[in-house]
Design a protein around this ligand. Structure first.
Ligand code: FES
Length: 153
């Protein structure tokens, strides 16, 4: 971490990069405040979420972004779970086989991925960490326990 980054950071926000650099990169992964964070630039907007998928810890960095059920989602490259960019909601499509003519519909699993707030300050991009209380499934992949398990594989 550079001295410049230290000056720009505060307990509330963490420097990710220059806005133009983040826009050009489209995806930036960074370890901030003890978490692996993924910042995404897509169609003029910034999003931030835990970098490891809530399902099994897959890295979301190379996931496709698709509009599904009228929401922008990242599709995890590992097993194709869909996560809304803005809320971290897990969504899936299914049909009821007991229906006579089953029509697939979208369903929500609720918030599964912790999302963070992106701030633009003077041409720089910062992330303000989520303050949502309680356990969100992606939290597991930010723990020391998980990092140790992964290191042993
Ligand atoms: Fe992301 Fe399985 S790890 S879908």
């Amino acid at each position: 971490m550079s001295a410049e980054e230290n000056i720009e950071e505060s307990p509330e926000r963490y420097f990710i990069g220059k806005k133009e650099d983040v826009i050009q990169a489209k995806r930036v992964s960074k370890f901030v405040n003890g978490r692996d964070i993924l910042v995404i630039y897509h169609e003029g907007k910034f999003y931030a979420m835990d970098a490891h998928c809530y399902h099994a810890g897959g890295l979301l960095e190379n996931g496709d972004i698709e509009e599904l059920n009228n929401k922008l989602c990242i599709v995890c490259p590992s097993h194709k779970y869909k996560i809304t960019l803005a809320e971290g909601e897990g969504i899936y499509k299914a049909s009821n086989p007991k229906e006579k003519n089953p029509i697939p519909k979208w369903f929500s699993k609720g918030i599964k991925q912790r999302v963070h707030t992106v701030l633009e300050v003077g041409g720089d991009i910062f992330v303000k960490m989520s303050e949502v209380r309680g356990w969100i499934e992606s939290d597991y992949y930010q723990t020391e326990k998980y990092r140790q398990e992964k290191a042993m594989c």
